[in-house]
Design a binder for this molecule. Structure first.
Ligand code: FAD
Length: 375
């Protein structure tokens, strides 16, 4: 019998645990540990903020879903991992002390490094969890005039909700007849081309921004905030009445001291999703060291690869599945101009870019599929 511990109840951890349960016999034990029993479908948080999705459509109870699949679930905070002793120390939660394992899947996501931006906690909204999305949505509904600024700090690596929330605000103001009283600006630490990894996609998005009178300010890397202005290191500033800003991301602190990460704390893995230089440990999702944005569909694909290879390893077979780093995104909330982009990030081949209301619909079908298959 093998004891498999999966850490993290997000896209990566849930899919890894589910695929392992499908592939391993009942004699093996799979346990998922996460700090909350709630799974959050993050891509729907912009819609939640703007009152277009209900909380029940965005979050579901992980414990019941895992039990249905014969996976143990433990609600607990992971403090550290000891690969030499093959155990995980729990800081607090349903169990105390250490959990031992034979094989480990690390899927603890990324950390929000808000401490790197002075004044972030006091002055910025973001929408990277349910509570913050709801409080940003409330502020957006109370915004009727002035300047709204949207953006990411350097290292945030998540463009989709920045653009979606700016478009959602523009469309809300248009519908209320208030668009002329407000200025909407998106700031980026780089350029539109590098945020979308493709010049053609950047052109299509720029056109949609022009249609909705959304300004774009490139190479504006925010590093401190006051109550009404955002400042860069070189002293440039922009005033705001409403700010939605994504803080820098870093790797999970539970992996930071193990010597398995890059300088930003992301875990180095091989194409089989095995942690480089550590036997029996796999890592998937936002916590891993790959170029480009951090996205849920990447976490899902990586989890499928890791689970297939781990099941083979337990069975005494060689790895059979390889991860290919591709990006697919849909920028919704633009209505008929919704943008679909697919790019193989391991080659120079141009991206596939599509536009139309269909992509908005497809994104929601995907959301609904997750909800139905996990509740
Ligand atoms: C607003 C928003 C919109 C997005 N839109 C898209 C989109 O359109 N398309 C797309 O593909 N992606 C999108 N993403 C990105 C996507 O949600 C992430 O890439 C995905 O959630 C990563 O999955 P993960 O399992 O690696 O990490 P997470 O989903 O972050 O899961 C990590 C899990 O580990 C738990 N955890 C963390 N630390 C500990 C600890 N110490 N102890 C115990 N448990 C712990 C967390 O509670 C969580 O359950 C969006 C994200 C946001 C926030």
């Amino acid at each position: 019998m093998a004891k498999v511990l999966v850490l993290g109840g997000g896209f990566g951890g849930v899919v890894a645990a589910e695929r392992l349960a499908e592939q391993l016999g009942d004699e093996h034990q799979i346990t998922l540990v996460s700090r909350s029993r709630q799974f959050v479908f993050y891509p729907a948080l912009v819609r939640l903020a703007f009152g277009k999705s209900a909380l029940a459509d965005v979050a579901f109870d992980l414990r019941r879903t895992m039990l249905d699949r014969k996976i143990n679930f433990i609600e607990a905070e992971v403090a550290r991992i000891d690969p030499a002793q093959k155990n995980v120390t729990i800081a607090h939660g349903e169990v105390q002390g250490k959990l031992s394992y034979d094989y480990l899947v690390f899927a603890l996501g990324r950390r929000l490094a808000t401490e790197r931006i002075n004044g972030f906690y006091e002055h910025a909204h973001h929408l990277l969890n349910v509570d913050k999305a709801i409080s940003f949505g409330k502020a957006a509904k109370e915004f009727h005039e002035g300047r709204a600024v949207f953006g990411q700090c350097s290292g945030a690596r998540l463009p989709v909700p920045v653009y979606e929330s700016a478009f959602a605000l523009a469309r809300m103001l248009e519908a209320n007849g208030e668009r002329d009283r407000a200025r909407i600006t998106i700031v980026s630490p780089t350029t539109l081309e590098s945020e979308l990894v493709d010049p053609r996609a950047a052109g299509v998005l720029k056109q949609a921004m022009d249609t909705h009178q959304i300004e774009f300010l490139p190479n504006f890397s925010i590093n401190s905030l006051t109550h009404n202005s955002a400042l860069t290191e070189s002293g440039d500033g922009i005033n705001f009445d409403l700010l939605m800003l994504l803080p820098p991301f870093r790797g999970s602190s539970a992996a930071s001291y193990l010597g398995i990460t890059n300088k930003d704390g992301y875990i180095n893995v091989d194409a089989n999703m095995r942690v480089a230089g550590r036997e029996g440990i796999y890592a998937v999702g936002d916590c891993t060291n790959f170029e480009g944005p951090k996205m849920g569909h990447m976490a899902v694909r990586q989890a499928e690869v890791a689970a297939t290879n781990l099941a083979a390893e337990i069975d005494g077979r060689a790895p059979v599945s390889h991860y290919q780093h591709e990006m697919t995104l849909v920028i919704d909330e633009i209505g008929p101009d919704s943008l679909y982009l697919h790019k193989d990030l391991s080659t120079d081949k141009p991206a596939t870019v599509r536009q139309g209301r269909f992509w908005s619909w497809a994104k929601r079908v995907n959301e609904r599929y997750w909800e139905v298959s996990h509740s």
